[in-house]
Design a protein around this ligand. Structure first.
Ligand code: HEM
Ligand code: HEM
Length: 175
């Protein structure tokens, strides 16, 4: 993680002490990213799969936030405290990400043509919700790209430890 303030350092230290936690974080993050790539590609998936994946990503978003509950809970205290410019930008970006995901998912549910009618509720839709859904996507994609880039060191080292190193050990064992 690039923005290691006090809490970030504690989280990194905790991740080293608790390998299962970093394993859980890694697989939730990887599923989140894979689902996100699919859900922004509606021509590839078609609308039915898009809507169910959109609902699945809502569950993954909540899981991701619960996993970082301590970070989120202390964010508002830290944003008021003396902190670096980079940390403040990071907090603003998290708020943007949260608002962005909430707007896309809520508006998506309100324009649903397949998933919600399937479970017995047909939303009335409306051009505002359609506009919100479509217009939020561009800046949310940009924020996700920045968020991933800011966590790149963690992603690279955890991928190496949990994916590539075991694959190399397997390869070595087989020869
Ligand atoms: C495709 C979407 C997303 C991906 C791939 C993603 C990925 C990541 C990764 C790789 C990390 C660092 C490793 C970890 O601690 O899990 C992280 C941390 C975090 N993410 Fe996300 N994330 C996404 C969306 C979001 C959203 C929508 C929020 C909501 C505001 C969010 C909030 C956080 C928070 C609070 C942290 C902890 C920050 C820290 O410890 O410095 N993420 N995310
Ligand atoms: C993070 C979650 C989501 C993202 C990133 C997302 C993204 C998108 C994108 C990019 C489109 C435009 C497709 C195109 O014009 O080719 C779209 C359309 C649509 N999405 Fe989502 N979506 C998400 C969640 C949802 C959810 C949860 C639902 C409903 C259950 C939903 C329902 C729809 C519908 C009905 C359309 C078609 C709108 C129309 O053109 O009439 N979306 N979405």
């Amino acid at each position: 993680m690039t923005q290691l303030d006090g809490t970030g350092r504690r989280a990194a230290a905790a991740a080293v002490k608790k390998p299962n936690r970093s394993r859980r974080l890694f697989w939730v993050d990887a599923s989140f990213f894979a689902l996100f790539l699919l859900v922004i590609n509606v021509p590839m998936t078609g609308l039915t799969i898009h809507e169910w994946l959109g609902i699945a990503i809502a569950a993954v978003t909540i899981t991701h936030l619960v996993q970082h509950g301590d970070w989120v809970a202390s964010m508002f205290q830290r944003v008021l405290a003396a902190t670096s410019f980079q940390n403040r930008v990071n907090y603003l970006m998290m708020i943007g990400l949260f608002i962005g995901f909430a707007s896309i998912i809520v508006s998506g549910l309100l324009i649903s043509q397949v998933a919600l009618p399937f479970i017995g509720y047909t939303p009335s839709g409306g051009s505002f919700w359609l506009w919100l859904h479509l217009s939020s996507v561009g800046w949310v994609v940009a924020l996700v790209a920045i968020h991933v880039a800011m966590n790149w060191k963690w992603i690279a080292s955890t991928t190496e430890r949990l994916v590539f190193a075991p694959m190399q050990r397997l390869g070595g064992g087989a020869s």
